[in-house]
Ligand binder design. Structure first.
Ligand SMILES: Cc1cc2nc3c(=O)[nH]c(=O)nc-3n(C[C@H](O)[C@H](O)[C@H](O)COP(=O)(O)OP(=O)(O)OC[C@H]3O[C@@H](n4cnc5c(N)ncnc54)[C@H](O)[C@@H]3O)c2cc1C
Length: 434
């Protein structure tokens, strides 16, 4: 199997395929894989999958097992909190973790288990050609520009937001869709706040929102916190996602302190000094919150029957990074893909049938999450709070009724979290024998 893209999804796919007894190689266009990005949340359903891949110990040693997620208004007054991970009854924690460190954990495991040559960097996917006998993948060596061909049974496009595999499957798609929210992201070391393991969300996506959470177990062991922050600003007047130099939306785009700090200059809560946190970040990243419309199909459809090409992770379903679903859903895709392929190979021997089963299991479910992230019901209630109590409040019960608070709780659980009992009791996706 050929996996295009060595991000969270592609590397999880390689590990999952290997664990299911299926050979895989991964190509990535980056010259070297470096621990890029800032914080990301892995929800318990994804942590379960990575734990069953044998990575539970490394996650525990690296990330912070999130204790709770708490919403505040823009003045830092507490609206509502939700227990997280094991605290709410899951058998697996939720982890707040550095995206680059997570990628390096996955990369190390792939190289150790599949061999040092299993991940080919500096190798960009260019195009594919498919026949009933297999798949030919044209790749370009980034250093020399040389084109060559790889042969395999299946191609998995895990090549992210600007997936070239997706572009060949769905030519003419418009650029990513932008809802008008600009995100600035950074990290700074500071004193732990609240429980020391809290994800704090203040404000709303209708105007200004600030998210902060600790992501490093190493800093925690020293009595400190490596705080990841995300500052989101709705920019209704701005039409383009490109920056002043014309750069498109990119997770690694450089941001500027002067663009973000003024929006949050007076956000000083008793428990968190937002401007100090923003100013303390050695590097600021800027990312317009973009997604793509859900696809009607992920797989190729040659005239001979089901195809040998599919999509996974952001290549299949880029979504707004609210609700902590981007990385988690990519991990789930990877595990279901390997499971479906292994089942098909041991029954009919047809990898194409395995890909079709994977798409049936995942596409509609994840497409619904993409749409839910565009209009989170919980965010609507946060807007209600800011409209009713723009200057803040003493007691949330004076602002939201008991029924509205219950609706808030329910809205959060239904759009972001899997059912506790269902996840705890669902059979494993680990393939035991083939
Ligand atoms: C550099 C970077 C930083 C990020 N930082 C954050 C962050 O701080 N917070 C957050 O929530 N999310 C971040 N993300 C996004 C997050 O990783 C994804 O939303 C999620 O984990 C799903 O992962 P994925 O593997 O589908 O996509 P990605 O993690 O985006 O991985 C896609 C991979 O495909 C490779 N690729 C692209 N084109 C080609 C090609 N033609 N041929 C071969 N390989 C190709 C890329 O180099 C990349 O390694 C970041 C992504 C990247 C690439």
């Amino acid at each position: 199997m050929i996996v295009a893209g060595a991000g969270i999804g592609g590397l999880s796919a390689a590990l999952s395929l290997h664990a299911a007894g299926i050979e895989a190689i991964v190509i990535d266009s980056s010259a070297t894989l470096r621990p890029l990005g800032v914080g990301i949340n892995l929800m318990p359903h994804a942590v379960r999958e990575l734990t069953e891949l044998g990575l539970g110990g490394e996650l525990e040693a690296t990330g912070i097992p999130t204790a709770e997620m708490v919403h505040f208004d823009r003045h830092g007054n507490r609206i509502w909190g939700f227990a997280s991970g094991r605290n709410i009854g899951y058998r697996w924690p939720q982890y707040s973790i550095h995206r680059g460190e997570l990628q390096m954990i996955l990369l190390g495991a792939v190289r150790e288990r599949l061999g040092p040559g299993a991940v080919r960097t500096g190798t960009a996917f260019v195009s594919f050609a498919e026949s009933p006998a297999g798949i030919l993948v044209r790749v370009r060596d980034r250093a020399s520009g040389t084109l060559s061909v790889l042969r395999g049974d299946v191609l998995v496009g895990a090549d992210g937001l600007y997936s070239q595999v997706r572009a060949q499957l769905h030519p003419g798609e418009p650029p990513p869709h932008w809802g008008g929210v600009m995100m600035w992201r950074g990290m700074a070391e500071g004193a732990p706040f609240l429980t020391g393991r809290t994800v704090a969300v203040a404000g709303t996506n209708a105007a200004l929102k600030f998210v902060a959470y600790p992501i490093s177990r190493q800093a925690e062991r020293r009595g400190r916190a490596l705080l990841n922050w995300v500052a989101e600003v709705k920019l209704p007047g701005r039409a383009s996602v490109r920056d002043a130099d014309g750069n498109r939306a990119d997770w690694n785009r450089q941001g500027r302190l002067g663009d973000v700090l003024p929006w949050f200059a007076d956000w000083k809560f008793g428990w968190l000094d937002v401007p100090a946190l923003i100013t303390g970040a050695p590097r600021i990243l800027e990312y317009p919150m973009v997604d793509r419309d859900p696809l009607p199909s992920w797989g190729s459809k040659p005239s001979s029957g089901p195809g040998r090409v599919t999509l996974l992770g952001d290549a299949a379903h880029p979504m707004y990074p609210i609700g902590a679903n981007g990385g988690s859903q990519a991990v789930l895709d990877a595990r279901v893909l390997a499971w479906s392929l292994a089942c098909a190979l041991s029954s009919s021997g047809s990898p194409a049938e395995g890909l079709a089963a994977y798409e049936r299991a995942r596409r509609e479910t994840v497409n619904a999450i993409v749409l839910a992230c565009r209009d989170m019901p919980a965010d609507r209630l946060l807007q209600t709070v800011s409209t009713r109590a723009p200057g803040g409040f003493e007691r949330i019960e004076d602002v939201l009724s008991t029924a509205e608070l219950a609706a808030f709780d329910q809205a959060y659980r239904s759009t972001t979290l899997p059912d506790v009992a269902a996840l705890n009791s669902r059979p494993s996706l680990t393939v035991t024998s083939r």
